[in-house]
Design a binder for this molecule. Sequence first.
Ligand code: REY
Length: 422
Amino acid sequence: MTVRGTATLGAALLSVLAVPAHDAAAATPADVSSRTVQGSSTTAADTLPAPDVAGLREVLRTALSQGAPGAMARIDDNGTVHKVAEGVADRADGRAIDNADRFRVGSVTKSFSAVVLLQLVDEGALDLDASVNSYLPGLLPDDRITVRHVLSHRSGLYDYTNDMFANTVPGFEAVRNKVFSYQELVDLSLKQPLGNAPGAAYSYSNTNFVVAGMLIEKLTGTSVQSAYKSRIIKPLKLRDTSYVHPRTTIAGRHANGYLPPDEGGTLVDSTEQTVSWAQSAGAIISSTKDLDTFFSALLRGELTSAAQLAQMQQWVPVNSTQGYGLGLRRRDLSCGISVYGHTGTVQGYYTYAFTSKDGARTVTALANTSNNGTVLNTMARTLESAFCGKPAATSKASKAPAARGQAFVERYEDIAPGIARD
Ligand code: REY
């Protein structure tokens, strides 16, 4: 279990943050969350507060009041399922959104890419601390950039999407039907110098997971599509999950995505696109059920060895309540519980998918809008409802389920820094 006192957490994080930024080796292995959990044999379902399903519905309704056409969430709690949905999947015909709907998961794709690479580590085909250039000669401008740096966003590689989507709708329309090669995306990034020395600092960049895709294809000799399929989708029987780049449509029942222009006005239906600008950094299609299955299996140790799962949880501090491992995020909730998963932003879709330390309780939440920081922060509160339970009625700080999470997360949101925030 991951419950711990705020004081312990604060001290642990401070000790991490105090590590000199240039000392990458020292900065890496500060696993503040596992420090207090070793030896525990209880499951999250035994010890977590019951999910606050009514509070969860309120969070989704708030997202609708802030501009999301629809929002939904599914909790898988050690065999018990809670499904909540509000609003519409399709504004044209008014069809209600439903947890059976597929959607674009954005950067949750990064966790899939990391899992494939960690499986390759397990197989002896990849060394996390080897230079990326030792596998892809001449690709990156600095031989000191390792696979670990890339998977933990510490390479310093510039995020080309900052420029691509500086103007939201025009940027999207310019690329929605484009097909990029990985090399073209890396070349866009390399127009800018590295933002930091390899290993020295966390700086979220899609370029890192484009490089991850290139490593997957080089080492497996297959496409990322077939690597995801044979290594994750088939073994876990994820029937709603696919990687269909560069096909623009979402097969089967799905939620449409709606993108608000920066200047306000009519939402743009952004459902159909190649997502070629993201590929192995963000182009997977899935469902709330499948993402729950995926993160639960991951934290239960069903996708990698225990050793590689531990590598994925070597946290680099993102801020005082979040860490980034290898393609995996940690978020520390207001009730002292930490959860593990990923967030995703792709035009028209915001996703949160997080599980407990032991994988026993998982929630995936989706709003079918993006470019709306208010909705993004509201949706973060689905984690509070799912893992922290009902706020105590007597507590001043928790008069309403909404109030508690809001103050906590709004200061610390980090999903696609620089571009997806208000
Ligand atoms: C890209 C722009 C966001 C989204 C991004 N997503 O990097 C990756 C992730 C895959 O972390 C777009 N924002 C929006 C803008 C801002 O265009 N000007 O909000 O749809 O999931």
